[in-house]
Write a protein that binds this ligand. Structure first.
Ligand SMILES: C[S@@+](CC[C@H](N)C(=O)[O-])C[C@H]1O[C@@H](n2cnc3c(N)ncnc32)[C@H](O)[C@@H]1O
Length: 214
C-alpha cells in the first residue's frame, strides 16, 4: 500500500471564480503590470475586446476613440460586433493599439486572428496581448475555452510579425498554485507576488507587437 506523503493538497478551490470573490485575481496583477509597462503604446484610436477598461485606465497619451470589439451581439458595451477569427472582419489600418487580454484561449483560429488584428493596426501601431499559460477552465464559457499558450508558443505564433515583438512570461510556482486554488493576489505574501518570473512556471504569456511604420 502506498503511503500518503502530501496530505494538504486541496480537492476544491477556495474560490470558483478566479478569486474575484476574495479580491483581485493573481493573473490581473500581471496583466496590470504588463499594460503599465507598455502604456506609452496606448494612445490614439484604441481597440479592446469586451469593454474599454484597460484602454481608459492605462492610456498614457490622448485617446481619440475606443472601439470595443466582441463576437457577442448581446454585449451592450461592444461597438463593433466581429469575429476576430474571420479575416478582414476588422477595419484595415485603423487602430493605434489593440488590447487583447484573456481572449486568445477562446479563438478557434488564433493565427488568423493575429493576422486580422495586424491588418487592423495603423503603421507603428501595437498589439498588446495577454493570454493564460495556466488557468482553471473558464467559469463563463467552459466549452469555448480551447487553449493555453506558453511564452514560446506565443513567440511562435508571432514569428512572421512585421515589426518588433517582445514576448514575456509572468509568474512563479507560488502564484500559479495560488491562482489555480482561487486565492486573491492580496492574500499572498508580497514577496511571492514580486518574486522574479520563473521561466519554469509562467502563469501569463504577454506580447507587445508593434508594426513597422513603413
Ligand atoms: C474573458 S473575455 C476577456 C476580455 C476582457 N477584456 C478581459 O481582459 O477579461 C473574452 C471575450 O472575448 C470574446 N470573444 C470570444 N471569441 C471571440 C472571437 N472569435 N472574436 C471576438 N471576440 C471573441 C468573448 O465574447 C468575451 O467577451
Amino acid at each position: 500500500m502506498r503511503r500518503a506523503i502530501v496530505m494538504d493538497l486541496p480537492a476544491e478551490p477556495v474560490s470558483d471564480f478566479y478569486g474575484y470573490d476574495r479580491g483581485a485575481p493573481v493573473d490581473r496583477l500581471y496583466i496590470d503590470a504588463f499594460l503599465a509597462r507598455h502604456a506609452n503604446r496606448i494612445h490614439g484610436h484604441v481597440a479592446e475586446i469586451k469593454d474599454n477598461t484597460y484602454a481608459r485606465r492605462f492610456a498614457a497619451g490622448h485617446l481619440s476613440g475606443v472601439t470595443v470589439i466582441d463576437i457577442d451581439p448581446n454585449n451592450p458595451e461592444a461597438t463593433l460586433i466581429a469575429d476576430l477569427c474571420q479575416p478582414l472582419s476588422l477595419p484595415a489600418g485603423t487602430f493605434d493599439c489593440i488590447i487583447c487580454t484573456q481572449t486568445l484561449q477562446f479563438l478557434t483560429e488564433p493565427a488568423t486572428a493575429l493576422d486580422n488584428m495586424r491588418n487592423a493596426l495603423r503603421p507603428g501601431g501595437t498589439l498588446l496581448l495577454a493570454a493564460p499559460a495556466l488557468s482553471r477552465i473558464s467559469c463563463g464559457a467552459p466549452d469555448s475555452d480551447l487553449w493555453r499558450v506558453t511564452p514560446s508558443g506565443l513567440k511562435h505564433l508571432l514569428t512572421h510579425w512585421p515589426g518588433p515583438v517582445t514576448v514575456t512570461g509572468h509568474g512563479n510556482l507560488a502564484t500559479c498554485l495560488a491562482f489555480l486554488t482561487g486565492y486573491a493576489a492580496g492574500e499572498l505574501p508580497s514577496e511571492k507576488l514580486t518574486a522574479p518570473d520563473d521561466p519554469r512556471f509562467p502563469l501569463l504569456s504577454c506580447a507587445a507587437a508593434t508594426l513597422f511604420t513603413h
